[in-house]
Design a protein around this ligand. Structure first.
Ligand SMILES: C[S@@+](CC[C@H](N)C(=O)[O-])C[C@H]1O[C@@H](n2cnc3c(N)ncnc32)[C@H](O)[C@@H]1O
Length: 228
């Protein structure tokens, strides 16, 4: 991974709670955030005493290098959100400038926690479709704005392998959103991946959530091991 190709854009724990319908019971689970990047979910949850860690290839880079990359790209992201404004609902965030302020708040929380979190083993270098964890190590594996979002760059096979891998390390997997980044359409990988996972005997469900920013993006994919 080359850092100059990464556009860091991290979300808050409060956004994760809505995107993944996290209940107080869910929050008490052992959670891994796959592709967590510069989100503050792990930092905020750890500060509240929960057991969360994050896995992302970006963690091979130093705090300073990630901070520089965030500063370089923030203005560009605000401009891009302005250009694509019509694809989003602004009732919660207000405007692209306000959204960038929220994203920067999340990324500052991440950056503050990153050196300590890395030393404590909460920011793990890892790249789907392989995860550096033993089987059944977590209760819940989350993935926000990586799988399905970049369906044009990653094949159906990559998605299937990644979801099977997340289901190997966790009892339950939740992925949000199921839409692609720019077209706003449901990922073409969703239907074949669901069919394959059902064939593998997982319980698979597309569930509505109380969060919608990308218009129509208010559903997550849930994959569970069938209880025997
Ligand atoms: C748009 S960001 C989302 C960050 C965070 N999940 C959030 O919602 O705030 C996408 C993340 O996916 C990570 N990523 C890229 N390739 C990956 C891979 N093969 N496996 C896991 N994460 C990857 C990037 O480094 C980046 O942090």
């Amino acid at each position: 991974m080359k850092l100059e190709k990464v556009v860091p854009w991290g979300r808050l724990a409060s956004e994760y709670e809505r995107m993944f319908s996290l209940t107080s019971e869910d929050r008490a689970k052992r959670i891994v955030d796959c592709g967590g990047g510069p989100s503050s979910f792990t930092a905020e949850m750890t500060a509240q005493g929960y057991s969360v860690l994050s896995c992302d290839p970006i963690y091979q880079f130093s705090q300073e290098a990630i901070r520089e990359r965030i500063e370089e790209t923030c203005t560009r992201m605000t401009a891009m959100n302005e250009e694509t404004k019509a694809q989003f609902r602004w009732d919660h965030y207000g405007s692209p400038v306000q959204l960038s302020q929220i994203r920067m708040r999340a990324m500052r929380l991440f950056l503050e926690d990153y050196p300590v979190g890395r030393a404590q083993g909460r920011y793990i270098i890892g790249e789907l479709p392989l995860l550096p964890f033993p089987s059944a190590h977590f209760d819940l594996a989350l993935c926000s704005h990586f799988l399905f979002t970049y369906s044009e760059q990653f094949t159906m096979e990559f998605h299937l392998q990644s979801l099977r891998e997340m289901a190997r390390v966790a009892h339950e997997v939740r992925v949000f959103p199921i839409l692609m980044a720019f077209s706003g359409e449901i990922s073409p990988h969703l239907a074949p991946v669901v069919a394959q996972l059902q064939n593998d005997h997982y319980q698979v469900e597309v569930r509505k959530v109380d969060y919608e920013f990308q218009i129509g993006g208010n559903e997550m994919l849930v994959i569970r091991h069938k209880s025997v």
